[in-house]
Design a protein around this ligand. Structure first.
Ligand code: GLN
Length: 222
């Protein structure tokens, strides 16, 4: 069911912004492991009807999916244990919008470097992601990022939180690079059609611009 609502939210600079909310699409958060609650909260504030997804029938009921940050090796094992890996791959192949943050970015990568033995991904985005890439240098840090089409002057940049984060090492020509980390120059935000991924954790900052952008992507698709 789609419900018309309006919502006020604060953007990174602290100013209040009204999100244009014509309908509230049902957006699931893959709830096997990771920071599920934070994504549910951010999605609800960005105008979606947010629900946890663990089982194939729950996946079938949503318009789109967020794959949270957490630990991709565990998340992969649990997608197998819950028999949801193949249903996820099928929905992604059929064009379901999805957004992956950090471990979720790893799950959406077609190619993975520095995974553990037996670790697979769901794939969908034509990119090569290196797991724990920033983590080798510094375990966690924050950095201001400009994101094409999401933040840009006169908006404040996005304050990005990185925790043992992956980076994107290569992209196919279908992928649009939305943002790079300033110090390393590494790609940290990408989009390919209905799929969006960030190396960092917008669900932890209270800045709703990326979740709002994703909910708009879902609405455009509906
Ligand atoms: N290093 C984690 C992994 O491999 C990702 C970390 C995160 O999601 N914060 O999945």
């Amino acid at each position: 069911m789609k419900v018309a609502i309006t919502l006020d939210g604060r953007v990174g600079s602290g100013q209040l912004r009204r999100f244009t909310v014509g309908s509230a699409p049902a957006v699931g958060v893959l709830a096997l492991q990771g920071d599920v609650a934070e994504h549910l909260r951010a999605l609800a504030r960005a105008g979606a009807t947010a629900v946890g997804v663990r089982r194939p029938d729950e996946l079938a009921a949503v318009d789109a999916l967020v794959i949270p940050g957490g630990e991709s090796t565990t998340m992969w094992k649990l997608t197998m244990a819950f028999d949801i890996a193949e249903p996820l791959r099928k929905r992604l192949a059929a064009g379901m919008p999805a957004f992956g943050s950090c471990a979720g970015m790893i799950m959406l990568a077609d190619r993975l470097l520095d995974g553990v033995a037996g670790q697979e991904t769901l794939g969908g985005i034509g990119m090569t992601v290196r797991r724990n890439a920033f983590g080798r240098q510094v375990d966690s840090f924050e950095s201001d990022i400009s994101l094409a089409g999401i933040t840009g002057p006169p908006d404040a940049p996005f304050r990005a939180v990185f925790i043992r984060a992956p980076w994107v090492e290569a992209v196919s020509d279908k992928v649009t690079v939305l943002g790079t980390e300033r110090v390393t120059g590494r790609i940290v935000a990408v989009r390919q059609g209905p799929l969006l991924a960030t190396s960092f954790h917008p669900e932890l900052t209270g800045d709703l611009r990326i979740h709002g952008y994703f909910v708009d992507m879902v609405r455009e698709r509906a």
